[in-house]
Design a protein around this ligand. Structure first.
Ligand SMILES: N[C@@H](CCC(=O)N[C@@H](CS)C(=O)NCC(=O)O)C(=O)O
Length: 155
């Protein structure tokens, strides 16, 4: 479930947070949540309610330099990679995982999606990774140095 990426970011930034659950049944009919499609996750921060995991991540990035630098170029890199993860990788990995986990890999779409994902997306990222620990930012080196960002406002 897509709350994992948000919990991960909150942990990396040492931001305080509380997890709440919502009933699965009835989430679409009359399920009055800040998520217009009746989906999870959403984040409540004070009187702000944010849906879409990418939008939530960018909001958290604004709260912690451990997640997003204040430098304009580095901020742009973070934004690029958040969109790349959602728009270029997840758009292929999601249908791939639905076929995979529902054991429908014999559908003609499956090899198409697999090639699209592995050859046209992930294989192109592979050569970038030996040069750096993270695609954007310095999250890893912050950890190696033992420095963590100070907790920001309430989440
Ligand atoms: N693009 C949305 C996707 C949200 C989404 O699809 N959430 C799933 C769980 S990860 C959900 O609530 N599914 C319930 C349903 O489809 O009814 C995001 O990234 O937040």
């Amino acid at each position: 479930v897509r709350d994992l990426r948000i919990r991960w970011a909150l942990e990396e930034a040492s931001l305080p947070y509380r997890v709440e659950t919502t009933p699965f049944e009835g989430r679409k009919d009359g399920h009055n949540t800040p998520q217009p499609f009746g989906h999870v996750p959403w984040l409540t921060d004070g009187d702000l309610a944010i849906f879409e995991s990418g939008a939530i991540l960018l909001h958290l990035g604004e709260m912690s330099e451990a997640l997003m630098s204040r430098d304009a170029r580095e901020r742009t890199e973070v934004t690029e990679w958040v969109f790349a993860a959602l728009n270029s990788v997840e758009m292929a990995s999601l249908p791939w995982s639905i076929f995979h986990f529902s054991s429908q890999t014999d559908t003609p779409m499956f090899p198409f999606l697999e090639d699209f994902l592995t050859i046209h997306r992930l294989a192109r990222i592979e050569p970038l990774l030996p040069e750096r620990e993270w695609l954007a930012g310095t999250l890893g080196s912050r950890h190696r140095d033992g420095r963590r960002a100070a907790p920001g406002g309430p989440v």
